[in-house]
Design a protein around this ligand. Structure first.
Ligand SMILES: C[S@@+](CC[C@H](N)C(=O)[O-])C[C@H]1O[C@@H](n2cnc3c(N)ncnc32)[C@H](O)[C@@H]1O
Length: 272
C-alpha cells in the first residue's frame, strides 16, 4: 500500500506530481526534451543546472546523452529523494547531484553554470526574481533555456479560473513576447524562442509519461487505484484538451553577456 499523507483532492498540483513521482510534467514531455536538447549543442565539459528538476528525468537524460555534469535542484524533498533514486538506478552518481532548495534563493555561488535549464517552473513563480537568480549563477556567456507554456490568445476569466484550479493560483503563463520581455529586463541578450509549438492533445499527458518512465512504475501500480486519482488526472487532461487553442509552448532562450561591463550595468539600471 502506498504512503499517502493527504487525500488526492487536497493535494496541490506539485504535491500530486511529487507523490506520483512523475518524471516529465512539462509541456511536450520527454519527447519534446529529446527534440530540443540537441539544438543546445552541449558538450561534456559544460556544467548544467536543472532548476525545478522534479524526479530528475531530464537531469539524468542530459548527463547520459552528453556526459556533462548536472546539478538538479527542487524545492520538494520528496522530488529530490526520487531524483536521487533515479540517478542511483541509472548508475549516474558520478555526473549528477541533487539538492533540495528554493530557486528564488539559490544557495549556489555566482558565475557557476554554462547552462541553466528549467522545464515548467517559472510559469508558477515570480519571474523577475527567478531570472535574476538564473542570471547570477550563470557564467558570463552562459545560457538559459526555459521550457514554458505561452499564451497564444488572452484567457477568458473562466478559463483562467479553471487553469488556476488545475495548476494552482499562481500559475501565470505569458505570451511569447511577454517571456522575451522578462528575460530582457533581467539583462539577458540574444533572446529568442526555440521550437515554438501549439499545445496538442497528448502534449502533456501525465499518465502517458508515467507509463514510459520505468523507474517508478512499480510504485505507481500500488497508487493507481487510490480513490480520486484517475478523476483528478482526467480533469487536468480535459482542461488541456478543451482549452488547447489558448496555449503554446517553447524553449525561451537567452544568454548572459560575456563581460558584465559598465555598459551592461547601465543598461540594466536604466531598464529598472
Ligand atoms: C511542473 S513541475 C516540473 C518538474 C520537471 N522540471 C519536469 O519537467 O517534470 C515543477 C517543479 O518545480 C518545483 N518547484 C516549485 N517551486 C519551486 C521553487 N521555488 N524552487 C525550486 N523548485 C520549485 C516543484 O517542486 C516541481 O517539482
Amino acid at each position: 500500500m502506498s504512503q499517502m499523507l493527504k487525500k488526492i483532492d487536497e493535494m496541490n498540483y506539485f504535491e500530486l506530481l511529487a507523490w506520483l513521482g512523475i518524471g516529465s510534467s512539462h509541456p511536450g514531455g520527454m519527447p519534446y526534451t529529446r527534440q530540443y536538447l540537441p539544438e543546445l549543442e552541449l558538450s561534456s565539459n559544460h556544467y548544467v543546472l536543472d532548476a525545478g528538476c522534479g524526479t530528475g528525468a531530464t537531469t539524468c537524460y542530459l548527463a547520459k546523452q552528453v556526459g556533462c555534469k548536472v546539478l538538479g535542484i527542487d524545492i520538494s524533498e520528496e522530488m529530490i529523494a526520487k531524483a536521487q533514486k533515479r540517478a542511483e538506478r541509472e548508475g549516474l552518481g558520478e555526473l549528477v547531484e541533487f539538492k533540495a532548495c528554493d530557486v528564488t534563493h539559490l544557495p549556489l555561488p555566482s558565475s557557476e553554470f554554462d547552462l541553466v535549464l528549467a522545464e515548467s517552473l517559472t510559469v508558477f513563480l515570480d519571474k523577475p526574481r527567478v531570472y535574476k537568480e538564473f542570471y547570477r549563477v550563470l557564467k558570463p556567456g552562459g545560457r538559459l533555456a526555459d521550457v514554458e507554456m505561452a499564451l497564444v490568445q488572452d484567457l477568458t476569466p473562466e478559463v483562467r479560473e479553471e487553469m488556476e484550479q488545475c495548476f494552482g493560483p499562481r500559475t501565470q503563463p505569458l505570451s511569447f513576447e511577454g517571456w522575451v520581455g522578462v528575460l530582457q529586463k533581467a539583462g539577458f541578450i540574444y533572446i529568442g524562442t526555440l521550437l515554438p509549438q501549439y499545445l496538442r492533445p497528448g502534449s502533456n499527458q501525465i499518465v502517458q509519461e508515467l507509463r514510459n518512465d520505468w523507474v517508478f512504475i512499480k510504485e505507481l501500480v500500488s497508487k493507481i487505484r487510490e480513490p480520486g486519482l484517475m478523476a483528478r488526472l482526467k480533469s487536468n487532461a480535459e482542461f488541456n484538451q478543451r482549452n488547447q487553442a489558448y496555449f503554446g509552448y517553447g524553449v525561451i532562450c537567452g544568454r548572459k553577456p560575456e563581460e558584465f561591463g559598465l555598459f551592461h550595468h547601465l543598461r540594466r539600471v536604466l531598464r529598472g
